[in-house]
Design a protein around this ligand. Structure first.
Ligand code: ATP
Length: 271
C-alpha cells in the first residue's frame, strides 16, 4: 500500500539520519514489515511517526564508543575578570581525543567567555589554556561576512588553514550536504536565514579538520531535522578522534556527551 511504502521509506531515512548502522536498520525495517503483515494495522497507528519510531530505535541501539585518546585541550585554574566582576573563577577542564564536553549553565555565567578564552581570543587573568593540535572555533554569532557567498567563505577560511581553493569549496559543500543544505546558489550571507547562516558558521569552524572544535551554541535557529544531523556530525567528529567542546542550553543530549562542565557559580564542577 502506498501509505505503508511512504512510511517505510521515511523510516529508512530517519534511521540513517540518526546514525543507526545499515544492518540494524535493515533488521528494524524487516521486523516492522513482518509485524504489520501479521497485525494488519497502519504503521502510524502501530509504531507512530517514522521520526518518533527511529528516535526510539536509535536510543535503544546506543552508540558504540571508542576509548578516549591523548589530551587535546587542558584548562587549568582559568580565572577571568570582566570589569569588576570575576566571571570565571579557577575553572578546570581536560578533554581528550574522542570526547565531547558540554559547557552548560545559567545565562551570563560565562560560557561564551570560557570558550573565547579557550580559543585564545581573550586574555586570561590567571591560569592557563593548552591546546595540543589545531583549533576550530564557531562563535555564537558573527562568524560570517555579510557580503560574501558561501563558497567565498570556504575559500577564505580554507586558505587560512592551508587548503587549496577547490578542496575548500568541495569540503564546505560536502559538509553542507550533511546538514541538508546546498550552498551553491545561496547568495550573500546577509540574505541567508538565521538558521542557514548558522550552518555556514558551523561549517567554517570544521574546515581543515581541526583537532579541537569549540562550538558556542552552534545549532541556534536549526530546525529539528538539522539539529539531529548536527548531533550526528558531533558523534562522527568524536569517533574521528577530535575533542569537541560545545556550549549548550539544551540538556536533552547530556547523556550523549562525555563530560559536562557546569559554570553556574554554585555548581561549578565537571561531571
Ligand atoms: N566585554 C565585557 N565587559 C564586561 N562584562 C562582560 C563583557 N562581556 C560579557 N560580559 C559579562 O560577562 C558575563 C558572562 O557573559 P557570557 O556571554 O560569557 O555568558 P554566557 O554564559 O555565555 O551567557 P548566555 O547563556 O546568555 O549566552 C555576563 O554577565 C556578561 O554580561
Amino acid at each position: 500500500m502506498r501509505g505503508h511504502h511512504d512510511w517505510f521509506s521515511a523510516l529508512a531515512g530517519e534511521l540513517h539520519r540518526r546514525g543507526v548502522p545499515p544492518e540494524t536498520a535493515r533488521g528494524v525495517l524487516a521486523e516492522a514489515a513482518a509485524h504489520l503483515r501479521e497485525s494488519g494495522g497502519h504503521p502510524v497507528r502501530v509504531f507512530g511517526s517514522p521520526a518518533a519510531y527511529a528516535t526510539a530505535v536509535a536510543d535503544s541501539v546506543g552508540r558504540p564508543r571508542r576509548p578516549a585518546g591523548d589530551v587535546l585541550l587542558e584548562v587549568r585554574g582559568l580565572t577571568k575578570r570582566l570589569g569588576r566582576r570575576t566571571v570565571l573563577d579557577g575553572v578546570d577542564l581536560t578533554v581528550r581525543a574522542g570526547e565531547i564536553a558540554a559547557v552548560v549553565g545559567a545565562n551570563g555565567c560565562g560560557k561564551s567567555t570560557f570558550l573565547r578564552a579557550c580559543a585564545g581570543l581573550s586574555r586570561v587573568d590567571t591560569g592557563e589554556v593548552r591546546v595540543h593540535g589545531t583549533l576550530g572555533y564557531c562563535p555564537q554569532d558573527g562568524g560570517t561576512a555579510d557580503f560574501l557567498v558561501p563558497d567565498e567563505h570556504f575559500v577564505l577560511v580554507g586558505a587560512g588553514r592551508g587548503m587549496a581553493r577547490g578542496d575548500a569549496i568541495g569540503t564546505g559543500r560536502r559538509r553542507a550536504a550533511d546538514l541538508d543544505w546546498d550552498p551553491r546558489d545561496a547568495g550573500q550571507a546577509r540574505h541567508l536565514s538565521g538558521g542557514t547562516r548558522q550552518k555556514l558558521n558551523l561549517l567554517l569552524a570544521t574546515l581543515g579538520e581541526p583537532d579541537v572544535l569549540l562550538l558556542d551554541e552552534p545549532y541556534q535557529g536549526f530546525d529539528r531535522g538539522t539539529y539531529l544531523d548536527f548531533w550526528q556530525l558531533l558523534w562522527r567528529w568524536r569517533d574521528a578522534g577530535k575533542a569537541v567542546v560545545v556550549v549548550t542550553h539544551l540538556l536533552d543530549r547530556i547523556d550523549d556527551v562525555d563530560l559536562v562542565l557546569d559554570l553556574t557559580p554554585a555548581r561549578r564542577a565537571v561531571a
